[in-house]
Design a protein. Structure first.
Ligand SMILES: N[C@@H](CCC(=O)N[C@@H](CS)C(=O)NCC(=O)O)C(=O)O
Length: 202
């Protein structure tokens, strides 16, 4: 059976959601960060970066949350990857944009607010990261004027991967009111049975 390492509340979350979308049975494998289990020799055999998520499917091991999701879609639900080469290109485009451009400022703020004690918080880091967000989110919002999904006419891995990154806005209490298309898109996606199952894991 497929094994997924890490908690649904971590970067593994988007893989739990993808596992629910593909409808395959899986076994969550908790990793105890306090005990440094993610740096243990046994775990480093699975992910040499010492991070979650990682996934094992039979003899096959893969790490990096979005790479895991591309593997799961390819192996079990290829329609999530788009209907033709152009759609597939756009599914990659939005996934890579989300992790490479949108996620870094969100994570900088998240780390400051969640992990750094208030007296040591770097407000300059928070401010600079916050300043990057409106332009990035406007790019996404503009695209979503076209329709309810990022690519083509149906839900794809682009929606799952990008929404999993945008959802960090809620955790850092970044106000999305100005981005109506993003809000409508998130509302639509949150009605998906697989998303509800994933949310129930948290
Ligand atoms: N780019 C990686 C990021 C993974 C990541 O940073 N995971 C965090 C938890 S959310 C982690 O394992 N941190 C432990 C560490 O860096 O030592 C992915 O998306 O899979």
């Amino acid at each position: 059976m497929i094994k997924i390492y890490g908690s649904p509340k971590s970067s593994s979350g988007r893989c739990f959601w993808c596992l629910e979308e593909i409808g395959q049975a899986y076994e969550p494998q908790a990793i105890n960060f306090k005990e440094k289990e993610h740096k243990s020799p046994a775990y480093l055999e699975i992910n040499p970066n010492g991070k979650v998520p990682a996934l094992i499917d039979g003899e096959f091991k893969v790490w990096e949350s979005m790479a895991i999701n591309f593997y799961l879609a390819e192996a079990y639900k290829p329609e999530l990857l788009g209907q033709n080469p152009q759609e597939k290109g756009l599914v990659h485009q939005w996934s890579i944009w989300a992790i490479a451009d949108l996620q870094p400022p969100l994570i900088e703020i998240f780390i400051q607010l969640v992990f750094v004690p208030e007296e040591r918080r770097n407000h300059d880091v928070i401010k600079k990261a916050q300043e990057k967000l409106p332009t990035l989110l406007q790019t996404l919002d503009n695209e979503l004027k076209r329709g309810p999904f990022l690519v083509g006419n149906s839900f794809s891995l682009a929606d799952l991967n990008a929404a999993s990154v945008v959802s960090i806005c809620q955790e850092i209490k970044f106000d999305l009111t100005a981005f109506k298309n993003i809000q409508n898109w998130l509302n639509e996606i949150s009605q998906r049975p697989a998303f509800k199952k994933y949310q129930a894991l948290n």
